[in-house]
Design a protein around this ligand. Structure first.
Ligand SMILES: *Cc1c(COP(=O)(O)O)cnc(C)c1O
Length: 219
């Protein structure tokens, strides 16, 4: 199946309230252009350097989402153009994004990454850490970042009930953040293997790579 056919198939299964982020990490420019020519404009990458090279080379109406773990010293390379940062998991990082956004006279939209999986290796805040972050005085002082919602990755497992439970938890965190902050409208959950469950559990944004572009040689 071609990239265009894969996109069409996925779009047909998604409600039109759900934003599809086409995860193009490790994939060549031609693959992104194939999706672009099929009308797609929202792409996700997990390495800042790779995303910046692609941003430089490709049409400027593409919206670039940073979905990977963000090192503070690299925020400056994407601050001019990034449209949404999914993996924000500390106040320190948020302050750096705010500082770099100011330099470019921009506002940068961010999601707070929540740890929902069983695996130790996945990044993200606990519910307690999230509450501390948004209650911190320094959080109130941020001027050039906007928190749009939360993002999470479920455990990599065949156990669909476990995945469902983790997505339900993330949805509840999303709901509690809506009680605390204005403008919270983005619940980023669901990848190639589990987006059906994520959408059923209330996802508003799915991040899909291999089901569009084919398997990757490295993660
Ligand atoms: C790679 C990646 C995806 C997409 O994974 P697929 O299984 O290829 O759909 C989604 N979210 C994050 C954070 C990723 O790193």
């Amino acid at each position: 199946m071609s990239i265009q056919q894969n996109l069409d198939t996925i779009r047909q299964t998604l409600p039109n309230t759900v934003t599809l982020v086409a995860v193009s990490k490790t994939k060549p420019l031609d693959d992104i252009l194939a999706a672009y020519q099929a009308g797609h404009r929202v792409f996700g990458e997990n390495k800042i350097q790779e995303m910046t090279q692609k941003w430089e080379a490709l049409p400027k109406d593409i919206q670039w989402h940073m979905i990977g773990h963000v090192q503070r010293n690299k925020v400056k390379y994407m601050a001019a153009y990034v449209s949404l940062i999914h993996g924000v998991d500390s106040l320190k990082l948020l302050k750096e994004i705010d500082k770099q956004a100011k330099k470019h006279q921009r506002n940068i939209n961010c999601l707070l990454q929540i740890h929902i999986a069983e695996e130790e290796t996945k990044f993200g805040l606990s519910l307690e850490e999230l509450e501390q972050l948004v209650a911190a005085p320094e959080f109130q002082e941020l001027t050039n970042v906007t928190i749009k919602g939360v993002m999470g990755m479920a455990t990599f497992t065949q156990n669909t009930e476990q995945i469902r439970k983790e997505f339900r938890f993330l949805k509840s965190v999303f709901g509690s953040l809506q009680q605390k902050l204005q403008g919270i409208d983005t619940l980023s959950m669901g990848m190639s293997g589990d987006y059906g469950i994520a959408v059923a559990e209330g996802s508003t944004m799915v991040r899909i790579g291999s089901s569009i572009f084919g398997v990757r040689n490295y993660p």
